[in-house]
Design a binder for this molecule. Structure first.
Ligand code: IPM
Ligand code: MG
Length: 353
């Protein structure tokens, strides 16, 4: 089969980590007889530098015409002084919105090999965690009206019932295939949007009687993740809370450099990206951990392209690489074989072959 994939390398470490994921996809293509046709398009800082716009029209068109999108990361200090609308991050938000990718799936799974990198005590973490964060991605405070008038600024947080329903359904569907537990995270002791959120989630839960639902305020959830992370199976939450909670959950797995994500809409189309940012401080130094991006490519194989076996092979190759003691600096504890971005990618490809 031939698959068309739009590639947005982005800024900072983006190009380096995406290159490794492309090598992985190419080796999967060779091994299983698929043709991955990559079309590179621009978004974020790189697009600003080359075209003057953070999101050229062509990028959206190519993404829409593709089966899936693979993205590295966008942003960096170079563009930090630009007004909000012109910033690299705005391009990312616009792609998500434009492609209606409202469901952001962020699995936080700890590889047992990375136990030593986990900052949580042994008796709490045990054999690790396996949580899926389901983050609403095209609504909430990220997309409300905002403005600055001199010394006054505001960002409006809005949610419509229909937006909450569809993301809640997604979370329950995912939980149905796992441990049948959904924890909905909100701030309903303060926010109206959260009260609507909680009520709507309760209603959707009626359709999924065999799934346990509990609610948690976001401040408590942040704490519970540290003191008792094993209580979570699926965490369902809004856009900003999901952003924060997923960074926290990622560190429990050892490094933010490990977590992949899928952003999905109503059909199989999806955009896949690591949850981390563009890490400008280590860009171009062959230091970045490409595993989150490689695992994002695996999610793409599984969720959009339906290539389950191929996705397994990628994940097993990552596992094997870690088992053999190979690490990038962010997950090295001193006694492993520390490799650069390209060398880790190469090891993973070797295990695939
Ligand atoms: C993420 C990132 C983005 C977000 C930024 C870069 C806009 O932090 O994907 O988690 O906040 O959604
Ligand atoms: Mg984030």
């Amino acid at each position: 089969m031939k698959y068309n994939i739009a590639i947005i390398k982005g800024d900072g470490i983006g190009p380096e980590i995406v290159d490794e994921a492309l090598k992985v996809l190419n080796s999967i293509g060779e091994k299983f007889g698929h043709e991955f046709c990559f079309t590179e398009v621009l978004a974020g800082g790189a697009a600003i530098d080359q075209t003057g716009e953070n999101l050229p029209l062509e990028t959206i068109e190519v993404c829409k015409a593709s089966d899936a999108v693979l993205l590295g990361a966008v942003g960096g200090p170079k563009w930090d002084s630009l007004p909000g609308q012109k910033r690299p991050e705005k391009a990312l938000l616009a792609i998500r919105k434009e492609l209606n990718l409202y469901a952001n799936i962020r699995p936080a799974v700890m590889f047992k090999e990375l136990k030593e990198s986990c900052p949580i005590k042994d008796e709490i973490i045990g054999e690790g965690i396996d949580i899926v964060i389901v983050r609403e991605l095209t609504g909430g405070i990220y997309f409300g009206e905002r403005n600055t008038h001199g010394d006054y600024a505001y960002d409006k947080m809005e949610y419509k019932k229909a937006e909450i329903e569809r993301i809640a359904r997604r979370a329950f569907e995912i939980a149905a295939k796992r441990n049948r537990k959904v924890t909905s995270v909100d701030k309903s002791n303060v926010l109206d949007t959260s009260r609507l959120w909680r009520k709507t989630v309760e209603e959707v839960a009626e359709e999924y009687r065999d799934i346990r639902l509990n609610h948690m305020y976001v401040d408590n959830a942040a704490m519970q993740l540290v003191i008792n992370p094993k209580q979570f199976d699926v965490i369902l939450t809004g856009n900003m809370f999901g952003d924060i909670i997923s960074d926290e959950a990622s560190m429990i797995t050892g490094s933010i450099g490990m977590l992949p994500s899928a952003s999905l809409g109503d059909n199989n189309f999806g955009m896949y990206e690591p949850i981390h940012g563009s890490a400008p401080d280590i860009a171009g130094q062959n230091k970045a951990n490409p595993i989150a991006t490689i695992l994002s490519a695996a999610m793409m194989l599984r969720y959009t392209l339906g290539l389950e076996k191929e996705a397994d092979v990628v994940e097993k190759a990552v596992q094997k690489t870690l088992e053999e003691g190979y690490r990038t600096a962010d997950i090295a504890k001193g006694h492993e074989k520390v490799l650069g971005t390209r060398e880790i990618g190469k090891r993973i490809v070797e295990f695939i072959d």
